[in-house]
Design a binder for this molecule. Structure first.
Ligand SMILES: *Cc1c(COP(=O)(O)O)cnc(C)c1O
Length: 389
């Protein structure tokens, strides 16, 4: 699938423009922060809503040697595309019993294992595939989500070493994930790092020879050099969105937002004062004014929680969502301005031309920038710019 083929011929109702040149620049910026480490571009959830394959390709062009996904299906789709160089490693980490593990082993994808049940299943998959599974053992160093508890680590490591001797697996990595790296100075960060070093050391004493040891997500890549080990795994920062307000904005971090979400005004009309707007009449026009109809709604991922608060740039001015965001549309009070129907409404973008950012929408909706970009729906066409040819 070529990227230009996705560009619609007519002005669309709405579009998410994806700037692959910005993504490549972000990858280079992040790699410069972790010069000694390999780079895994995290493209789970369709590249945080940006398109997994185009983003993976752009990241590889900018030097990523690894690509990471949550599910095996996401990883298999990337491999099956045939569009990533064969030497680019792909890893997935969300293990569910009964998943497509044989196919994953056959495709040479690294899989994460957090417990004996998963190790047994991957060993069976390796037998069926007739080749060793590439396994990365995951330690729960304090996140309390996926990963093997320290108390069970010795048993898992010993079983993995036996499976390796039997030719069923190759333990390629030892890894973990932070709980609070987006809160610099949080005491759990140092605790997790120390525990990770201990768990790596005990696995190596037991005979594991990992190619890569890794724990750093975006915030750790940006702020915690001692967490970089052999590989860093940034997701959100690659898309030019700050991991959280405590780290500053994307601009503060030297990152360029990759997605711009814009729509064409579907309608502009004059209304009298005292006119209720949208479901529940949560907004009533304070006086005679003009209203603009933006043809995007919560089915497109515009969060309903931003009703009455979400910012939109129309005709060079910030406007605010008036009343409730509906499934397919919402209204802005244009204060008497009369842009033509079809005029552009920019919900968020890089912020370089006065438009709001995804971080502004996160604040307006009481959530995080990750959720804003990731939830932009399938009905919004992605239009790719800045592809290198
Ligand atoms: C999502 C994810 C990442 C990337 O996290 P960011 O905060 O987006 O950088 C890294 N590792 C794992 C295990 C993840 O699930």
């Amino acid at each position: 699938m070529s990227e230009t083929a996705k560009t619609p011929a007519t002005p669309p109702r709405a579009r998410a423009e994806i700037d692959l040149a910005a993504l490549r620049a972000n990858v280079r910026t992040l790699r410069a922060q972790a010069p000694g480490a390999a780079f895994m571009a995290v493209v789970k959830a369709d590249g945080y809503g940006h398109g997994a394959l185009p983003c993976a390709r752009a990241a590889v062009e900018a030097g990523a040697g690894w690509v990471g996904t949550a599910t095996p299906e996401e990883a298999l789709a990337l491999r099956a595309s045939g569009e990533l160089p064969a030497d680019v490693r792909i890893m997935c980490w969300l293990w569910t019993p009964g998943g497509p593990w044989r196919e994953t082993v056959e495709a040479g994808i690294d899989v994460s294992v957090s417990g004996l049940w998963a190790l047994r299943e991957v060993a069976e998959a390796a037998r069926a595939a007739g080749r060793p599974a590439l396994v990365q053992l995951k330690a729960d160093t304090g996140l309390g989500r996926n990963g093997c508890q320290p108390a069970d680590w010795g048993e898992l490591v010993a079983a993995a070493v036996r499976a390796e001797s039997a030719g069923l697996v190759r333990v390629t990595g030892l890894w973990s994930h932070f709980a609070c790296a987006d809160e610099p100075g949080h005491p759990s960060v140092a605790v997790q790092l120390a525990l990770f070093e201990e768990m790596v050391a005990s696995a190596e004493r037991a005979g594991v020879r990992p190619e890569v040891r890794h724990i750093a997500n975006s915030p750790a890549t940006l702020t915690l050099p001692e967490s970089h080990f052999d590989l860093v795994r940034p997701g959100i920062a690659m898309y030019g969105v700050s991991p959280g307000p405590a780290l500053g904005s994307a601009a503060d971090l030297g990152l360029r937002p990759v997605m711009t979400l814009a729509a064409s005004l579907a309608l502009v009309k004059h209304v009298a004062g005292g006119h209720g707007v949208s479901y529940g009449h949560r907004y009533v026009t304070p006086g005679e004014t003009t209203l603009g109809l933006v043809p995007l709604g919560y089915a497109d991922g515009v969060p309903r929680h931003a009703s009455g608060t979400g910012p939109v740039l129309v005709g060079g001015k910030w406007r605010t969502v008036a009343g409730r965001i509906a499934m397919d549309q919402f209204v802005v009070d244009l204060g008497g301005d009369e842009p033509e129907p079809g005029a552009e409404a920019v919900l968020f973008g890089p912020g370089e031309h006065g438009e709001p950012t995804a971080e502004d929408w996160a604040q307006a909706a009481g959530t995080i920038g990750y959720e804003i970009v990731t939830r932009i729906g399938a009905r919004v066409p992605r239009v790719y710019v800045g592809a290198s040819v």
